[in-house]
Design a protein around this ligand. Structure first.
Ligand code: PMP
Length: 401
């Protein structure tokens, strides 16, 4: 049996990180995987997280008993409130519920399983391009009708709103539409508020089901409310929807797998039955989620002093990203690199769709030992005040070559 197993395709982002790790060049730069780095190119444990973990380690009232199947309630309630907002009418009416999941990926998987097996959806749409995992998650959950909607306008390096609206308009009713709540991965291009309204109009008219993938709340702009605007707009308009939240980026808790699936329904009375169905799906999958990261997030979100400290941390991260964006653009413009580079600063979040071709990406990796994805996606967090000149020169050389 095992002798018949063929080699599966590598996941690009992990292959690029391996190539970077194996490269001994002293000036090498990793602009690939989506994780925050300090100006010293180091991972950052948020001080508020360290402080909370230290207190937890000393707290003898905590233990390692199983969490409930749907997770730590103080966490999922706080996470749901964080995305829907303090004054959410949906929350006041009891029309939302939260389920702790294995980070954003796990939230998407529980969402997909619920939509497929409980609500009987079978068709889903994701943006072209999108985060590399959406398709696989939904297909593994059993969805057999996979579609894309237009999103990136390569010529203008922006959103193809007309293409997007046309494709959503042509979607079959009863399709699930995956939307990025903010800081679209990989393009860094988000709809404006006006465009979100147009998107909502089509989704409503066609009875489509929206899911907001929310991996960057607070991390994108430094402002939790701004980054949740689209979700709250849809919720306030009366949609039933799901929100898949990741706390990997905004808490720096990548390997702790902290996520939440928030579900907004029209009629609060359906929530117990829904939760009972999700309980069976989770029980048959991973049984119950891990405690540590969720407890850290719950402690911080539920304590005003720690919450303020955390807000300072997300502002530190988002400002560094914005400074690096401005710095890269300024350098390319100063070098006179052919092309327009304003998209680097108009895009938001950790990624920039640079517009570099696969050939240029290869050239830069071979000559300069700077690694990015073949799509030209750059993780801006990989830039520092020490390597930004070197990266700008490499991009300039690749464009001129
Ligand atoms: N969705 C998007 C758009 C993402 O960029 C990511 C992280 N790269 C995720 C979901 C989920 O990540 P995680 O499972 O680590 O929370």
């Amino acid at each position: 049996r095992f002798s018949e197993v063929s080699q599966a395709a590598a996941i690009e982002v992990f292959a690029v990180v391996k190539a970077f790790n194996d490269d001994a060049h002293e000036k090498k730069v990793n602009l690939s995987i989506g994780a925050y780095r300090t100006d010293d190119s180091k991972p950052w444990v948020l001080p508020v997280v360290r402080e909370t973990e230290t207190a937890m380690a000393a707290d003898t009232s905590l233990n390692h008993e199983y969490l409930p199947i749907l997770g730590l309630e103080s966490f999922s309630t706080a996470a749901t409130k964080m995305v829907l907002g303090e004054n959410s009418a949906v929350l006041k009416e009891g029309r939302a519920t939260g389920i702790q999941t294995l980070s954003g990926t796990g939230a998407l998987r529980v969402a997909a399983d619920t939509l497929k097996h409980v609500l009987k959806y079978n068709s889903f749409y994701f943006s072209n391009p999108t985060w590399g995992n959406h398709k696989m998650i939904f297909e593994h959950a059993g969805f057999t009708e996979t579609h894309q909607y237009r999103y990136w306008d390569a010529a203008n390096r922006g959103l193809d709103i007309n293409g997007m609206l046309e494709d959503l308009n042509a979607a079959s009713a009863n399709s699930v539409i995956i939307l990025h709540a903010c800081a679209h991965n990989p393009t860094g291009v988000d709809p404006t508020q006006e465009q979100w309204k147009q998107i909502a109009d089509v989704i409503e008219a066609k009875s489509l089901f929206p899911i907001f993938d929310t991996a960057y709340q607070g991390f994108a702009s430094g402002d939790l409310d701004k980054d949740a605007w689209a979700v709250r707009y849809f919720a306030d308009r009366g949609f039933e929807l799901m929100v898949t939240q990741s706390f990997a980026k905004n808490f720096g808790l990548y390997n702790e797998r902290v996520g939440n699936l928030a579900v907004v329904v029209k009629d609060a009375s359906v929530i117990p039955a829904l939760r009972s169905q999700v309980t069976l799906l989770v029980r048959g999958s991973y049984s119950n989620p891990p405690n540590h990261g969720a407890r850290v997030v719950s402690t911080v979100l539920n304590n005003p002093k720690l919450f303020e400290e955390w807000r300072t941390c997300i502002r530190t991260m988002s400002s560094r990203i914005q400074e690096m964006r401005a710095g890269l653009r300024e350098r390319l413009e100063k070098l006179g690199t052919p092309g327009l580079w304003d998209h680097i600063t108009s895009q938001i979040g950790m990624f920039s769709y640079s517009g570099l071709s696969a050939g240029q990406v290869k050239f830069i990796a071979e000559k300069y030992h700077i690694y990015m994805l073949s799509s030209g996606r750059i993780n801006i967090c990989g830039l520092t005040t020490k390597n930004i000149d070197y990266v700008a020169e490499a991009i300039n050389d690749a464009v001129l070559n």
